[in-house]
Design a protein around this ligand. Structure first.
Ligand code: NDP
Ligand code: 8X3
Length: 256
């Protein structure tokens, strides 16, 4: 039977690549994000391949999440897969210079948003004793790097929540896994640096980072395991990355 996947943060990067890949795997899609123009464009593109609907909400808004899910058409009301992907870093500052609005955004979106969406979707999965939840963590949830402080804390929280969910849902038939990518070239750094595209580009210069399609392929690997196999926790980095701060960057000098 055709499964339905609910993907948060489908308007860009890892979420969009995952939507495109799952569409080719005969999976129906509920695509979520705030940017409705992008949701509509993606729906139009993927509707040729699979059934697609969209929900526009901010993951910080619990009521909006609940209303959006309640509004799903009957054909999309059974959610088999939840990809908790929406999230970003906001700012890159020493803790002593940190902007509390950035801190609020990262904790509210990356941690509380993930919890709100999960809480809204889990009860129906529990009734059916089946479902698959994949939380997008990060290498930033496994270690801490200079100026990463609160973003790393938010991803460490995702790591803890994923473990906690797996424990609490043990025996229910629901799979819970975390996929933790290293550096992926998406709009992530553009958001982190508040629209400074030049600064964002330098993050991925001098080495070959992961691309969103690489992470989507790993997500599909987790989703396509047999019923008795759960990919609990998986870290993926590009070849040139060994840790958050050890990256094999070739410095290209334009002049001697
Ligand atoms: P992008 O900036 O390309 O995508 C982020 C997505 O999250 C967008 O679709 C955006 O949609 C959505 N989003 C952000 N804030 C909100 C919000 N308040 N409410 C609803 N949706 C929101 O970044 P990535 O694809 O790289 O990031 C996806 C996930 O991967 C994040 O959780 C990130 O932490 C994680 N990650 C990224 C890595 C990287 O190096 N890029 C590495 C490891 C993990 P919209 O703006 O339309 O709402
Ligand atoms: C994103 C990876 O290293 O930029 O989660 O924090 S990193």
């Amino acid at each position: 039977m055709t499964k339905t996947a609910f993907i948060t943060g489908a308007t860009s990067g890892i979420g969009m690549a995952t939507a495109k890949l799952l569409a080719t795997k005969n999976i129906q899609l509920v695509l979520c994000g705030r940017r409705t123009d992008r949701l509509e464009a993606l729906q139009q593109e993927l509707s040729a391949i699979t059934k697609v609907t969209t929900l526009a909400f901010d993951v910080r808004d619990k009521d909006a999440i609940n209303q959006a899910i309640a509004s799903l058409p009957q054909a999309f009301s059974t959610l088999d897969i939840l990809i908790n992907n929406a999230g970003n870093a906001h700012g890159l500052d020493f803790i002593q210079n940190g902007n509390s609005d950035d801190w609020d955004a990262m904790i509210d979106i990356n941690v509380k948003g993930l919890l709100y969406v999960t809480r809204a979707i889990l009860p129906a999965m529990l009734k059916r004793n089946s479902g698959h939840i994949i939380n997008i963590g990060s290498t930033a949830g496994k270690e801490v790097y200079p100026k990463g402080n609160v973003y790393c804390a938010s991803k460490h929280a995702v790591d803890a929540i994923s473990q906690g969910m797996r424990i609490d849902l043990n025996g229910t038939g629901i799979k819970v896994g975390a996929i933790n990518p290293g550096m992926v070239q998406t709009e992530f750094s553009e958001v982190r640096f508040k629209g400074d595209v030049n600064r964002a580009d330098t993050v991925y210069q001098g080495f070959t980072p992961l691309y969103p399609e690489d992470v989507a392929a790993v997500i599909w690997f987790a989703l396509s395991r047999p019923p008795h196999v759960n990919i609990a926790d998986l870290t993926v980095m590009c070849l040139d990355q060994a840790s958050s701060v050890v990256i094999n960057k070739q410095i290209v000098r334009s002049e001697k």
